[in-house]
Design a protein around this ligand. Structure first.
Ligand code: ATP
Ligand code: MG
Length: 772
């Protein structure tokens, strides 16, 4: 096999073995920051360039859409470098330099677009766009290729309707969210409603099975899938239909999975089917010109609530490793150098994770020098914590010209922790982005316009139809809609089929029939156009013809202006998708939009501070990391405190957080935190205490503790205050009085604090002491 020494020089020996290994199974197991993802990316490049593997036959699974995009970008660069290197250029020697460049750029751009890189969900959605029409479930429910993908709010609406209205059940016993979780878990274990019933034959289980069954029926009626179906249906299809499986098995010769420790059962089954063509007998697996390559770290398994199961990683060799043509072939490689973090950070992380009992010990050596100690800060409450973190990042940026906002991340356990940070970031005009919390696609105007587009592609999508039928208002009231819906339910046909029958509409809706018919006419016209126009043009047409844009323009409020801007942003996103992907169709874009969920963000490329939960931080790295809220009950999360296994998962989360840091790690915690409006006293996280103290540099703003402070100052109520007085506040530190407000009876002070700006404080609360 030919490999370019240059190309592989950026890898160590073990990584190189992983990259050059061609056929058969291979597991790369290693700690955080050891270059697993790098090895996986280089392996794809190596397969294409040196093994001459057709890019279309490579299937690479990443954990987030964002990671998929990053991987594609990296590959773009790698392939560009390599393809323009000497040996590859030879066949084009006769061309001019300019034409060579043009041709090569064309080749690698085309190559990366052909690759199947994405999350389990996005890749499966792509497979289903080809083949879902070949599937029907045990109750003969069917879908066609134009299926919609329902998001959580669509799903919740359907379930609420079934539970509360159709089945008339009590919300407390059959909480829609809990039922949603039960159905999702069933799907992630690969269970159909009938199989669920077999395993849960007690009375409540039977009802849940019925709800699940009805829910599937309604999804099918809408020609829609939920996120879990995206993976479950291909698996069922492959199990039922050998020729479909055979097709995809021969299409994907090389399968690669990143973050394999967070694979769940159904995802594993999918990989297993594609790899082995459904053959049970290991000796009949044919590894010629094909491979399965997975990378992972059991210490970073943090998605058990989505049924992830890291024993799948531990069993990889037992499952795939036998029956190889050559018994000596290695099936596991360990990487032992960490290239990401400085030694102090790494030693802290290693010491923490040693405390877990459920793990396999491994070595992870630092390669980047000792680095600074971990800066640890104890704040009085979450506001002071946020004030500290933000003044610290301002300081860091001002003293280090090479550092920019995008190099900094704040990591926390739960989304709601971001708010105090956001408040100050906004106030100080510091650019920031919330990874995972920025639900662009959840906004009303975006959901409305996406619903229009979904309806054009899939008129059976009643959920989208109901969303837009009277938005903007066009005189189709609730009574009319209810009448139409009732007719569709009684006739067991879709709402759309009722709507396209002019006579029925006229009979049913009387006065508002004109409005309904106009609406149907508009959608039909847009459907016709959708076969000729590109997605962005359809979007423009929809927005104009539906009157949506005009309606917003007429309102002329700040909110409507905002909505118009968001629609502009949606147009930009569609345009970008069209340029970057092989699939300029409206349907392709819609799939992408439905999947741009939790962990993605439209704006993440700019120079902004990143705020995200520890779960979203997986696989990422930042020169400066602030790990905030290290208190018992925050991290570890309160629900895990009495459960040793959950506590271990929380420790893994903390390990993931620490190992995101490249150069500087700050850990903060608060002595008090607001919970539902009242203050709760917190104690420091056991995880912080499990880190060797010699690696930590401790700081606090609590000088002295508030309780003793109160006692010392209880006589100070009579202090006379004047402008220019210097004082110290128990949590904001030193400051100077700039104004004395109010009357003698009730004085308030405007105080300019050293680092925090001006605040108004009531001195009678004993929070301040005069210095001079
Ligand atoms: P995680 O477990 O967090 O996903 P990982 O094992 O996937 O981490 P990578 O993200 O691939 O690690 O690599 C971590 C950092 O180390 C990256 O900045 C990467 O570019 C760098 N790196 C990886 N391998 C090498 C190497 N051989 N030489 C120098 N730097 C490397
Ligand atoms: Mg990685």
């Amino acid at each position: 096999m030919t490999t370019s020494a240059d190309f592989l020089s950026k890898l160590n020996h073990s990584q190189r073995c992983a990259v050059e290994h061609f056929c058969g199974p291979l597991l790369v197991i290693a700690g955080a920051g050891s270059g697993k993802t790098r090895a996986l990316t280089y392996r794809i490049a190596n397969l294409i360039i040196y093994n001459k593997v057709n890019p279309e036959s490579i299937l690479a699974v990443t954990f987030t859409n964002k990671a998929a995009k990053e991987m594609k970008d990296r590959l773009d660069k790698l392939l560009a470098q390599e393809i323009s290197s000497k040996n590859y250029k030879q066949p084009f020697d006769s061309l001019s330099e300019f034409n060579q460049k043009k041709l090569l750029s064309f080749i690698y751009k085309k190559t990366t677009k052909q690759l199947w890189i994405g999350t389990f969900h996005s890749l499966c959605a792509r497979i289903l766009r080809y083949d879902i029409n070949k599937y029907q479930d045990s109750k003969k429910r069917k879908w066609d290729r134009n299926f919609s993908i329902f998001d959580e709010s669509d799903v919740q609406n359907i379930l609420k309707n079934i539970i509360l209205k159709q089945f008339n059940l009590d919300e407390k016993t059959f909480n829609p969210r809990a039922i949603r979780y039960a159905i999702s878990s069933a799907k992630n274990l690969g269970l159909s409603p009938e199989e669920y019933l077999k395993e849960h034959s007690y009375s409540k289980g039977r009802v849940i099975a019925e709800i699940y069954d009805e829910y599937q029926t309604q999804l099918a009626e809408n020609n829609a899938l939920d996120f879990d179906d995206l993976i479950l249906i291909p698996v069922c299809l492959f199990q039922d239909n050998k020729s479909v499986l055979g097709y995809w098995h021969s299409q994907f010769k090389h399968i690669l999975v990143d973050e394999y420790q967070d694979t769940n059962r159904i995802q594993y089954t999918l990989i297993q089917l594609l790899t082995t063509n459904g053959k049970i007998n290991k000796n009949s697996w044919n590894w010629k010109n094909r491979s399965i390559f997975v990378v992972g770290d059991a210490d970073q398994s943090i998605y058990s609530f989505r049924m992830a199961d890291f024993t799948i990683l531990l069993n990889f060799q037992a499952e795939f490793g036998d029956g190889l043509p050559d018994d000596d072939t290695k099936t596991m490689i360990k990487l032992e150098n960490n290239y990401r973090s400085t030694e102090n950070i790494l030693v802290a992380a290693n010491n923490l994770i040693y405390k877990n009992s459920q793990r396999i010990d491994k070595t992870l050596k630092a390669t980047r020098g000792k680095g600074e100690k971990i800066y640890c800060y104890k704040a009085d409450d979450e506001h002071i914590e946020a004030e500290f973190v933000i003044s610290k990042i301002q300081e860091l940026i001002s003293i280090n010209s090479e550092l920019s906002w995008k190099d900094i991340a704040f990591l926390y356990r739960v989304n709601s922790q971001s708010r105090p940070f956001e408040d100050i970031l906004v106030r100080k005009s510091i650019p920031y982005t919330i990874v995972g919390g920025f639900k662009f696609y959840d906004r009303q105007e975006i959901k409305d316009s996406v619903a229009y587009l979904r309806l054009i592609v899939n008129p059976y999508d009643t959920v989208s139809l109901l969303r837009v039928i009277n938005s903007p208002r066009r005189g189709i009231g609730k009574t009319t809609i209810d009448l139409l819906l009732k007719a569709s339910q009684e006739l067991k046909t879709s709402l759309w089929e009722i709507l396209i029958d002019e006579t029925s509409v006229k009979t049913l809706t009387g006065k508002s029939s004109k409005a309904v018919l106009n609406f149907v006419h508009m959608i039909k016209k847009l459907q016709e156009k959708s076969t000729e126009l590109v997605s962005t043009d359809i979007f423009n047409q929809v927005m104009q013809k539906s009157g949506y844009i005009d309606d917003l323009k007429r309102k002329e409020t700040e909110e409507s202006d905002n909505r118009l801007e968001n629609l502009q942003e949606l147009y930009n996103a569609m345009n970008q998708y069209r340029e970057e992907n092989n699939d300029p169709s409206l349907q392709g874009y819609l799939t992408n939009a439905s999947l741009a969920s939790d962990l993605d963000n439209l704006e993440n490329e700019n120079n902004k501070v990143s705020l995200m939960t520890l779960h979203s931080a997986k696989g990422l790295e930042f020169p400066v990391v602030f790990l905030v809220g290290l208190e018992q009950g925050t991290l570890p999360h309160i629900r895990s405190l009495n459960n040793p296994l959950s506590l271990e998962e929380e420790r893994r989360l903390c390990y993931v957080g620490i190992t995101r840091a490249q150069e500087k790690l700050f850990i903060t915690y608060a002595r008090e935190r607001s919970v539902w409006g009242s203050k709760e006293t917190k104690i420091v996280s056991q995880f912080l205490e499990e880190i060797p103290q010699n690696l930590i540099d401790n700081h606090t703003n609590i000088i002295p503790e508030k309780s003793s402070w109160k006692k010392n100052n209880s006589m100070d109520n009579n202090t006379k205050w004047a402008v220019g007085d210097h004082l110290v506040h128990y949590s904001f530190g030193e400051g100077e009085v700039t104004h004395v407000l109010g009357s003698e009876k009730k004085v308030n002070l405007a105080i300019k604090f050293k680092n925090l700006g001006r605040k108004i404080i009531d001195p009678s609360t004993n929070s301040v002491t005069k210095i001079f």
